[in-house]
Design a protein around this ligand. Sequence first.
Ligand code: ATP
Length: 202
Amino acid sequence: MRVRRLEINGFKSFADKTVVDFPLGMCAVVGPNGCGKSNVVDSIRWVLGEQSPKQLRGHSREDVIFNGSTGRRPLGVAEVSLVFENTGDITHQSFADLAEIMVTRRLYRSGESEYLINKIPCRLKDIQQLLMDTGLGNRSYAIIEQGRVAAFIEAKPEERRLWVEEAAGITRYKNQKKLSLRKMQSAQDNLNRLMDIMVEVE
Ligand code: ATP
């Protein structure tokens, strides 16, 4: 997966629709202090499903919506779309054949929120499953902010292992295993109940 384009509308300092293209090669965002460089990174983290306002340098969920400036009234909705080029590493059955995938997140001041994949409403879980093991999840190693390198070096071996597992592409299988074990346990519980009932009936 390669990030091709970012569309920001009403998110933090971006009151007007702003499109950021990421052509092949290295891209850099430059600008004076406070112009919104970190807000670009925040918008990527947000559209990928970040739930913690603190991680987005805010206090509440609605802090990401443009809250007005001199001569400009606050907006009622924030929307961010991230367009990926499929480089053949998408294993999700529904999307593996598509050349381009657009993930969108929308939040209204009323608190209502929406996630979309290619403009079709979906659950956050669908986006997480789509991105799993591609290295592009909101907490993945794709975004390395200030202090993260030091955090990696100082992390406990178990914490560091989780990053390595994500990079190696085995997180998806670990999650599937956890889910299967839970289902097996539930089936075993049902079987035990059935045996009890049979003993009682006999
Ligand atoms: P620096 O170079 O100092 O790190 P930066 O270019 O990364 O700065 P950001 O931190 O991305 O800048 O942007 C900060 C600006 O975003 C501030 O002017 C702040 O007022 C504005 N801002 C943050 N949230 C909102 C919001 N909800 N509505 C309007 N403006 C916002």
